[in-house]
Design a protein. Structure first.
Length: 267
């Protein structure tokens, strides 16, 4: 029986087959969710325990369980090349994709200080002020990233008082920073529209700060709230007086509501 020699595959053929195999794996794994342990207290409110009488106590655990996709995992590691490949290939091949995944990935990138990774995700469509669990402005506040905070509020219309899934605002995230960066970041948020009088679970920022315990920060927060209240009272009194000119304040922000946005589109 004559010997039949099978030609070796060319290098190009090997590359094509391996690429196709990778795409097959990607198509079945891109939406897979798995649980990982983040070595940090991601949700600020999870560090507080409230008793039956309404008193709160500060007990940081030092870790958080999160459900993440491959994109989110790569983002929290700052793996730009992987993110570029996953997002780019998924879009070119029509693989399923979710806006929320991009938003969560951007949060995780900033939370772990990967600013270039966050920029890349923003280029791919991540929205800094939107998210079901948390938003990128929460992460920027947690890291004291003033440039990002400014950009998100000024150019991306992120609300400085937006709440995460547990009800915490960017100010609550900034309270986790060490002194003096905590107050520097919080004061920056106040100057760009965050309300010092905001209450979280019917408690003031100062009440939370005292439990951490951050006495100096608590006093600064109390003063900021008092000043804001006094300014509002003064503004109300001025409006009650007759004036020749009317003015409006364009700096106020509203929380994003997907259902409202959809209803407007229907109109």
């Amino acid at each position: 029986m004559p010997y039949s020699h099978q030609p070796s595959p060319s290098r190009s053929e090997v590359v094509v087959k391996r690429t196709q195999a990778f795409l097959n794996i990607l198509s079945t794994s891109i939406s897979k969710i798995e649980s990982i342990t983040i070595p940090a207290d991601v949700y600020p409110l999870d560090t507080f325990i409230e008793d039956s009488e309404g008193d709160i106590f500060y007990f940081p655990a030092g870790e958080t369980q999160l459900e993440v996709s491959p994109l989110c995992w790569a983002a929290h590691q700052g793996l730009d090349a992987v993110i570029h490949a996953v997002v780019g290939i998924s879009r070119q091949t029509g693989l399923p994709w979710h806006q929320e995944d991009l938003n969560r990935a951007m949060f995780l990138a900033l939370y772990f200080g990967h600013r270039n990774t966050a920029d890349l995700l923003k280029e791919f469509g991540a929205q800094p002020g939107r998210g079901l669990l948390f938003t990128a402005i929460h992460a920027a506040a947690r890291q004291g990233l003033k440039d990002e905070i400014f950009g998100f509020i000024r150019f991306d219309y992120a609300c400085p008082d937006v709440r995460d899934a547990s009800g915490a605002t960017p100010v609550m995230y900034a309270m986790q920073l060490d002194h003096p960066r905590d107050w520097e970041t919080i004061d920056f948020l106040f100057r760009w529209g965050a309300d010092p009088r905001t209450k979280v679970n019917n408690k003031t920022y100062a009440q939370y700060a005292r439990k951490m315990p951050k006495w100096d920060l608590a006093r600064q927060l109390e003063i900021a709230a008092e000043v804001a209240a006094a300014e509002e009272t003064g503004a109300a009194a001025a409006e009650a007086e007759p004036t020749l000119f009317a003015s409006s304040d364009p700096s106020s922000c509203t929380h994003w509501n997907e259902s409202e946005e959809e209803s407007e589109e229907e109109l």
